[in-house]
Design a binder for this molecule. Structure first.
Ligand code: SD4
Length: 327
């Protein structure tokens, strides 16, 4: 195996936080949502930290606000949280000790914005939104993204916390990528919202894989890979090993499958099945998908056990264990 392949493979499960314990079975919760009349507004976010993102998003949604504002404000809470070591401030650095951030956002009109390999800016999601709203482009990278952020008034900050720096220094002693499963209870945040008007938006933000190669960009800022929304159909977000999501353009695939008539749950299951069919060695990595449709139905599925998500609907925020493929 080439060293690059080994690096990516071994870093897979370890840095993805294949966690743990939510509060109830995903299928039961999904059925409850479907049985009720609800479904508007609705917020759904990846991992346990999605709970706090949903709370911020709900403030927007319950007051009749726009799904776009809900997802931006929701994920910003996690970006600012130093305890989430996969997102924004406090995120784990790359192998050179540099924190680089990826994020993307889409609104109900199909507009999209994204930044990748952005350094020193605490809220990449807001820079992505400015790219969407203020430039003729969709994606800005690296130094150009930073230049734009500064022109837009974002302050440069050191994002590497003492805790993340110490862990990185410890890691450098061995540069060992052995998977450690189920030690983290947080990860990249992807969030989808359906507002009272019935409009859908989505956001995704991450510091990417811990100790990735410098310059590596994952799925999270790629429109259609880490996140995709079509306001006539629904939205999807991905978490986990970005390389597998990029190779199958996962979030676009989920939305397109819903367009072909699949429920959100069937669509996310099919997107995981596609990875299983197409990508040798998929067993070594975690992937999780969330999806919603216009009716407020939700879907969640992952490759491995341990993916969970936060669902806020009917004035109730719940942490739910996702169903999964590798039983
Ligand atoms: C990446 N998809 O950079 C991100 C990481 C992630 O759960 O989502 N982890 O590949």
């Amino acid at each position: 195996m080439s060293s690059r392949r080994k690096f990516i493979k071994q870093s897979g499960l370890a840095s993805l936080g294949l966690l743990a314990a939510g509060s109830q079975s995903g299928q039961a919760a999904v059925r409850k949502i479907k049985a009720g009349k609800i479904t508007k507004p609705l917020a759904i976010s990846t991992w346990k930290n999605g709970m706090q993102a949903n709370v911020a998003g709900w403030e927007v949604l319950k007051n009749g606000g726009r799904a776009l504002d809900a997802v931006e404000q929701g994920v910003m809470v996690v970006e600012a949280d130093p305890n989430d070591m996969s997102v924004g401030y406090g995120g784990r650095p790359d192998r050179d000790g540099i924190v680089t951030l990826d994020a993307c956002i889409m609104d109900e009109t199909g507009n999209a914005g994204s930044v990748c390999a952005l350094e020193n800016i605490k809220h990449p999601i807001s820079v992505a939104r400015r790219v969407m709203e203020k430039t003729p482009h969709v994606m800005l990278a690296g130094a150009g993204a930073l230049q734009f952020a500064k022109e837009e008034g974002f302050a440069e900050e050191i994002l590497l916390t003492e805790k993340a720096r110490k862990e990185w220094q410890e890691w450098r002693k061995t540069s060992d990528y052995k998977p450690v499963i189920n030690i983290e209870n947080h990860d990249t945040i992807g969030m989808l919202a359906l507002d009272q008007k019935g409009d859908i938006s989505g956001a995704c933000t991450t510091s990417g894989l811990a100790y990735k190669m410098h310059g590596r960009v994952g799925d999270s800022p790629i429109i259609g890979a880490g996140m995709y929304c079509d306001n006539e159909i629904g939205g999807a977000v991905a978490t986990g090993m970005g390389e597998l999501v990029m190779k199958t353009l996962g979030s676009f695939l989920v939305v397109e499958l819903m367009n072909q008539g699949l429920s959100p749950q069937k669509a996310v299951e099919e997107a995981i099945a596609r990875i299983v069919k197409k990508i040798p060695g998929y067993q070594d990595f975690q992937i999780g998908y969330l999806a919603i449709n216009k009716a407020g139905e939700v879907g969640a599925y992952s490759l491995h056990k341990g993916f969970n998500y936060a669902l806020y609907a009917n004035d109730n925020n719940q942490l739910i264990d996702s169903d999964y493929y590798l039983k």
